[in-house]
Design a protein around this ligand. Structure first.
Ligand SMILES: [Zn+2]
Length: 300
C-alpha cells in the first residue's frame, strides 16, 4: 500500500521521493545528516552551502579549491526561516550543508566540489537534489519561485554584495547596454526580467532593486542607488545561483554575500537582518514577480 509507505518514510525524515509531499517546517536529511532540508510551502528557496561546521573523518580534506568558512550563515539561514514564519505563518524551503567546506564545496560543480571522493559526491548530490526537490514543489504549487544562495564575505567594505551573474565592470555600462535582452539572459533574474528589458537597469541598481530596498531598510548593499557599480573585490554569483535560475527552472534569484557586523555576527543581528530581508523580499516579489506572500493572521 503505497500511501502507508510514504507516511513511514516521511516519519523517518529521509529524502522525500518524487511522489511525496514533504511536511512544511520538518527537517529531512541526506546521507549521514550532512545535508539538511527544511521543507516549506512558500514560493521561496534558500540555500547555505558554506556554513557547515562538521568535519567527519570519513571525508578527506580537499587539496585544491577555496576553503573559507562562511561564519554563521547556517544560523542566518535558520533565522530567515523563522522570520518568514513570523511574517507569513509559512515556511520557505531551506537547504543547508552541515559539513565544512574543507570536505565538500556545494557551490562548485561536482568535480571541484567533491574532489572525486564518493561520499563527498553523495553529500554534493544530496544538496543539489534537495534544491531541485524544493524548486519542483514550488513550481507545482505556485507556478514560479525565487531563490537565494546565502554566503558571507570578509571584504573590507561592510556591504551586502548582491550577485546576479554580471561582472562588476558591467554595472558601469550605459543603461541601453544593460537593457539588451542578450545581456539580461546572462543574469539570474532573466525568468521575469525579459518581460521588461527597459526596466532591467533599475531592477539591478535603482531604488526598487533589492539593493535599493535593503539600503532603505538600513543595510548597505551593492549594486544599489548608493553604490551602483560594485567595488573590487565583489562576488558576482556562483555555481548555485546560475544553475538554479537557469531557463526551465521557473525561478529567478540572486546570491547574497553578507558582511558580518550587524548582519550575522550575533543572534540579535541575525534576527534583525532576517526580519528586514523578509520584509523587503515581500515587497520586491510582489512588485516584480506578482508573488504575494501570505500575511500571518493576528493572534487572538
Ligand atoms: Zn560562500
Amino acid at each position: 500500500m503505497p500511501r502507508l509507505l510514504c507516511v513511514c518514510l516521511l516519519a523517518a525524515g529521509v529524502l522525500p521521493g518524487a511522489a511525496e509531499t514533504p511536511e512544511p517546517g520538518k527537517a529531512y536529511f541526506g546521507r549521514n545528516r550532512y545535508v539538511e532540508y527544511i521543507a516549506g510551502d512558500l514560493p521561496f528557496v534558500l540555500s547555505a552551502p558554506h556554513g557547515g561546521r562538521e568535519k567527519p573523518e570519513e571525508l578527506p580534506d580537499r587539496a585544491k579549491g577555496t576553503f573559507a568558512f562562511d561564519t554563521n550563515t547556517q544560523e542566518l539561514a535558520r533565522a530567515i526561516d523563522e522570520a518568514f514564519v513570523a511574517r507569513t505563518g509559512h515556511h520557505p524551503h531551506v537547504v543547508i550543508c552541515r559539513i565544512h567546506r574543507r570536505k565538500v564545496d556545494c557551490n562548485r560543480e561536482i568535480v571541484e566540489g567533491a574532489a572525486g571522493h564518493p561520499l563527498a559526491e553523495q553529500a554534493w548530490k544530496d544538496f543539489q537534489g534537495f534544491i531541485r526537490t524544493a524548486q519542483q514543489a514550488v513550481v507545482a504549487r505556485h507556478g514560479k519561485g525565487f531563490y537565494v544562495d546565502l554566503h558571507g564575505h570578509g571584504h573590507a567594505d561592510a556591504r551586502l554584495e548582491l550577485g546576479y551573474a554580471h561582472d562588476r565592470d558591467e554595472f558601469a555600462l550605459p543603461d541601453a547596454e544593460l537593457a539588451r535582452p542578450e545581456f539580461i539572459k546572462k543574469g539570474t533574474l532573466q525568468f521575469f526580467a525579459l518581460q521588461d528589458p527597459a526596466g532591467y537597469p533599475a531592477l539591478l541598481r535603482g531604488p526598487r532593486s533589492l539593493g535599493g530596498l535593503l539600503e532603505q531598510a538600513g543595510f548597505p548593499a551593492t549594486p544599489s542607488p548608493a553604490k551602483p557599480v560594485p567595488g573590487s573585490p565583489y562576488f558576482n554569483g556562483g555555481y548555485n545561483v546560475r544553475t538554479h535560475t537557469a531557463p526551465g527552472t521557473g525561478f529567478a534569484g540572486l546570491q547574497i554575500e553578507s558582511h558580518s557586523k550587524g548582519v550575522r555576527d550575533t543572534e540579535a543581528s541575525r534576527r534583525r537582518f532576517a526580519a528586514a530581508l523578509v520584509e523587503q523580499l515581500a515587497a520586491y516579489l510582489d512588485a516584480q514577480m506578482g508573488i504575494r506572500l501570505p500575511t500571518k493572521p493576528a493572534a487572538k
